[in-house]
Design a protein around this ligand. Structure first.
Ligand SMILES: [Zn+2]
Length: 338
């Protein structure tokens, strides 16, 4: 069955935008999606990966390096210079199941080979497969803290360092980390929350027309998946072009002092800890400007990305019972009003 098209996803605009932004600039860090079950979180990630152009990868490289510029940290490509052949493969979406062991995630000693041949060989894990793609964790709030920590470290550096069982190696692991969670089933520690680049909320639509549109789209897709996808090809191509153009344009988008000032004032007003909020706000606004085809970041870009950049970085305020989304919205309104 072909993947449900990204362009056919009804509503959930904030999540769609956060994923597009992460696809344009993976250095923004992961995307955290809070919300009920059955709100299409996993569908959206698969849909986005499926609309990205297939990537060229080195034949035989377990990390799917780009033949044009294999990662410096790739142990496979370091030994195969000049002999590389390329093939095309879809952008990977790797699911990290809740019960996954650390071995399975980071990779481990290939015991079979060690026993049979006496060789110390590395058996790549899920992080290897996720390189250049997406790593999706459903219910990330139920994952052990040390694993979440590890994943965030790797996502930030783009390199997986393995030091265990007498093995010592580094390999490329550049991916967009997407975690979904239901806050009612356990919370992430604030230290972990803060390390996700973006956080968005999804919910079942509350208005009748949107609900009808969701049901109609789902039904049409399930009755004739191929026909449904064919009908959306133009829209899919349009989004694909937009992402490709934004990636190319990203490095030339400028960030004027006025935008940085807005970001700083907003973070000060909300009392976010450290400078991570501002940095994320700047990078995210820049990626959005690139998607918009703008040459520079404006206050409007800052305003549009502020909720997803900041809502998970607020300290609890015992005097203010309103949710974090409402607090960010109010601070944005107050700041841009005058
Ligand atoms: Zn490689």
């Amino acid at each position: 069955m072909p993947t449900f098209p990204f362009s056919a996803i009804v509503a959930q605009d904030e999540m769609k935008l956060a994923l597009l932004i992460a696809a344009v600039d993976s250095s923004i860090g992961g995307v955290l999606v809070f919300g009920d079950r059955g709100t299409g979180k996993s569908t959206a990630i698969r849909a986005l990966a499926a609309l990205l152009p297939p990537m060229r990868a080195v034949v035989g490289c377990p990390y799917s390096c780009d033949p044009e510029g294999p990662a410096d940290s790739c142990p496979h490509c370091a030994t195969t210079q000049g002999l590389r052949k390329a093939y095309r493969k879809p952008v990977p979406v790797v699911d990290l199941p809740l019960g996954a062991t650390e071995d399975r995630v980071v990779g481990a000693l290939d015991l079979e080979r060690a026993l049979a041949l006496g060789e110390k060989a590395f058996e790549p894990g899920l992080l290897a497969r996720a390189n250049r793609g997406f790593l999706y964790i459903d219910e990330v709030n139920l994952l052990e803290d040390h694993l979440v920590d590890l994943l965030l470290d790797v996502a930030a550096s783009g390199v997986n360092t393995v030091e265990r069982e007498g093995l010592s190696l580094r390999h490329p692991a550049k991916f967009v980390l997407v975690g979904s969670g239901n806050p009612e089933e356990g919370e992430l520690r604030p230290q972990l929350l803060d390390r996700f680049g973006l956080a968005c909320e999804v919910g079942t639509p509350k208005d009748v027309p949107t609900r009808i549109a969701v049901v109609r789209a789902r039904d049409a897709y399930e009755r004739d998946p191929q026909g449904f996808c064919d009908a959306h090809i133009k829209d899919e191509k349009r989004i694909q072009k937009k992402i490709t153009a934004a990636r190319e344009r990203l490095s030339s988008v400028t960030v004027p002092d006025s935008a940085l000032e807005s970001a700083a004032r907003l973070c000060l007003a909300l009392g976010t800890d450290g400078l991570r909020g501002e940095l994320t706000l700047m990078r995210t606004a820049r990626a959005l400007a690139a998607l918009d085809g703008a040459g520079a970041v404006s206050d409007d870009h800052i305003r549009r990305v502020a909720p997803s950049c900041l809502r998970h970085r607020l300290r609890r305020n015992p005097l203010d019972e309103s949710g974090s989304t409402a607090r960010v919205a109010r601070a944005v309104d107050e700041m841009f009003a005058g």
